[in-house]
Design a protein. Structure first.
Length: 191
C-alpha cells in the first residue's frame, strides 16, 4: 500500500477492486491544515475506459507491479496483435484496443516494450519518434519557402503534413505523440 501522494504516471493501482494504469498524475500539495490532492487520469485495465479522479494525499492505495518485456512484433489479425519473446519464443496476444490508434506503426520484426500487470499485457510502449517511408505525395516544389506544407501518405496509410521538399520514397522521422513531421532521414551511403 502506498499513499495517493506517491502515485506517478506509468504506475498501476487497484482501487475499489478494479485495476488501473495511471496515465497522468498531477499532485498538488496542501497548505496549512488542508491536505494535498493527487489528480489522476486512470485507464481501467478491464474495460479500457478512462476515468479522472482526485485522491486525498493520505489515502492508502494498493500498488500493482508493472513488468516490462521487450517483445518482437509478428503480425496483426483482426483485433489482435501477436508478439513473440525473442528469448523463449513464447507468443503473446495483445488486443488492438490496448494499443489504440498506433497499431498502424507496428512493423514486422520490430522490437518494442510491452507492459504487463498481473500477467496480462496492458500497454505497448512506443518510441517518441519513428522512421517511416513516404508512400505518396506531390512532387517536390522548388523556390517556395520551407514554411509551406503539403499532405503525404505514409507506407502504413496514415496521412501527415510534410514540407514541400519531401518526395515519395523519402524516409521521415515522425513524432508519434503529436503525429508531426520532425525531419527527413538522410540516406545511408553505400559502402
Amino acid at each position: 500500500m502506498i499513499s495517493a501522494s506517491q502515485i506517478r504516471s506509468g504506475m498501476a493501482i487497484r482501487y475499489q477492486d478494479q485495476p488501473y494504469k495511471v496515465m497522468v498524475a498531477d499532485y498538488h500539495p496542501g497548505q496549512g491544515k488542508m491536505g494535498g490532492v493527487n489528480h489522476l487520469r486512470l485507464k481501467n485495465l478491464d474495460t479500457q475506459t478512462v476515468w479522472e479522479h482526485s485522491f486525498r494525499a493520505d489515502l492508502k492505495i494498493e500498488e500493482l507491479e508493472v513488468q516490462r518485456q521487450a517483445l518482437e512484433f509478428l503480425y496483426s489479425d483482426g483485433d489482435t496483435c501477436f508478439f513473440m519473446n525473442p528469448e523463449s519464443y513464447e507468443q503473446v496476444e495483445v488486443d488492438s484496443a490496448v494499443i489504440g490508434g498506433r497499431t498502424t506503426f507496428l512493423q514486422q520484426g520490430m522490437a518494442i516494450p510491452v507492459e504487463f500487470v498481473e500477467g496480462r499485457p496492458v500497454s505497448v510502449v512506443f518510441p517518441d519518434f519513428v522512421e517511416i517511408q513516404v508512400a505518396e505525395t506531390m512532387p517536390p516544389a522548388h523556390g517556395q519557402t520551407d514554411s509551406t506544407w503539403k499532405p503525404a501518405r505514409l507506407s502504413n496509410g496514415v496521412e501527415v503534413m510534410v514540407p514541400l521538399f519531401v518526395k515519395s520514397g523519402d524516409t521521415i522521422r515522425l513524432n508519434l505523440e503529436e503525429m508531426k513531421y520532425m525531419d527527413r532521414v538522410k540516406a545511408k551511403a553505400a559502402g
